[in-house]
Ligand binder design. Structure first.
Ligand code: PEP
Length: 260
């Protein structure tokens, strides 16, 4: 496991700006991050300015990173309804989530689209959190490793080793996320996380071994430690269980106990 333990949540299409700002303030006031631990929240676009206002500090000094849920690959232009990395940078965003399963499924994002988004995020000096994971159907055909390898090889095409300090991968088996998901077991996660690590090594050499891999999918305080105990897992990306400050803190603590 790399020294940095990452833990964060994505609020999806939930929360007003005031609710996100209150969450950030309450969380920042409740946790003392041990060295090497990095927390983040990813509210909706409409909350980013309000959260940045309560976060006060410059992005690189911030205790808790603030992320965006998506970005367009162009920096400006005729793309109604879209947001660019330049705009996110002006909002002092720390990281951008790319390729969440809901965006791949409902908004038809392809690996090639995601590659352009990764490039734009890194070119704008932001951090990218690229989500990968197989569907239930892909799993049933035994191609989980091939699926994540394809997502990584296309999504990270052209990324240079020196940019890897701003890259994180979230492994989220599509069949295990959200209310309708079947919780994955550590023995389901371990081989695919191992495949992700091997692909990162194949693409980037030793530097690829330092890229944090987060696990996400029906994680809560009862199972968090069983995933962080896995050798290739460096953090957790949590949905429902971390949508209250109490749940967020309980799940972080359970995850940290598993690393021990
Ligand atoms: C997700 O939707 O990315 C996710 C991890 O959700 P949950 O933790 O609620 O399964």
């Amino acid at each position: 496991m790399t020294p940095l333990f990452l833990f964060g949540t994505n609020f999806k299409m939930n929360q007003t700006p005031a609710e996100s700002a209150a969450f950030y303030e309450q969380l920042a006031g409740s946790v003392v991050q041990p060295p090497g631990v990095r927390l983040f929240i990813i509210p909706p676009f409409t909350s980013l300015a309000a959260v940045a206002a309560v976060a006060h500090k410059e992005p690189h000094e911030r205790d808790i990173w603030v992320g965006a849920q998506n970005v367009h690959w162009e920096s400006a232009g005729a793309f109604t309804g879209e947001i660019s990395a330049t705009m996110l940078r002006a909002l002092e965003v720390d990281l951008v989530l790319l390729g969440h399963a809901e965006r791949r499924r409902d908004f038809h994002e392809t690996d090639v689209d995601l590659n352009k988004k990764v490039r734009s995020v890194l070119d704008n000096e932001l951090r990218a959190l690229l989500a990968v994971g197989e569907t239930a159907e892909e799993r049933s055909f035994g191609v989980s490793a091939e699926t994540v390898a394809r997502q990584l090889k296309i999504g990270l095409h052209g990324v240079a080793p020196h940019e890897l300090t701003r890259l994180q991968i979230a492994y989220e088996p599509v069949w295990s996320i959200g209310a309708g998901g079947t919780p994955a077991r550590p023995e389901d996660v371990a081989p695919v996380a191992g495949s992700i690590r091997r692909v990162l090594h194949e693409l980037f050499g030793e530097a690829g071994c330092q890229v944090p891999i987060l696990y996400g999918g029906s994680v809560d305080a009862t199972n968090a430690g069983s995933f962080t105990a896995l050798p290739d897992i460096d953090g957790l990306f949590v949905g429902r269980a971390a949508w209250t400050v109490e749940g967020f803190i309980a799940t972080v603590n359970a995850g940290l106990a598993g690393c021990g």
